[in-house]
Design a protein around this ligand. Structure first.
Ligand code: 5GP
Length: 142
């Protein structure tokens, strides 16, 4: 497996070199909205420590990512009046991974509504800002 690239997009977001629509942050994880959501409220949960994917991540970081993904899922159910949640996590090119910093997708779903294909279109920044604000508020109640 290739080495972790500290200049990947998510590493730059963690360092504050690129912007994101932040939903939640603690000392170990950052949660923000996917810029090309497959459904409204599509969030990404990432560890702050360097990890390419599930193959090299520290198990405690992975556990915390999963713990926070559960909170994001619960918040997404409330905020988007969802009927379900899809969680996805891809590893290496053959596994569907495009950005090589570990991330868990948390995607609110409505009954009988298909997800958009990956990377279909960028969501408007004001829509993402509003959704991030509502998800962040819901996270605080959980
Ligand atoms: P994966 O690596 O799991 O296949 O997918 C990477 C995800 O990152 C995609 O869903 C894509 O839309 C998202 N993404 C790519 N570039 C950016 C970015 O600059 N900002 C944000 N917030 N998401 C991104």
């Amino acid at each position: 497996m290739p080495d972790y690239d500290p200049n990947n997009i998510f590493a730059k977001i963690i360092r504050g070199e690129l912007p994101c629509h932040k939903v939640y942050e603690d000392d170990r994880v950052l949660v923000f909205l996917d810029i090309m959501p497959r459904a409204p409220g599509h969030a990404l949960v990432i560890p702050k420590n360097a990890a390419r994917n599930i193959l090299d991540v520290d198990p405690d970081d992975l556990a915390h990512v999963a713990r926070i993904a559960q909170k994001v899922a619960r918040a997404g159910m409330q905020v988007f009046d969802a009927d379900g949640i899809t969680v996805q996590q891809f590893n290496e090119n053959a596994g569907g991974q495009v950005v090589f910093h570990l991330h868990m997708h948390v995607i609110p779903r409505k009954e009988n509504v298909a997800m958009k294909p990956p990377a279909t279109e960028k969501e408007k920044p004001d829509v993402l800002a509003d959704q991030a604000r509502r998800l962040a508020a819901a996270m605080q109640t959980l």
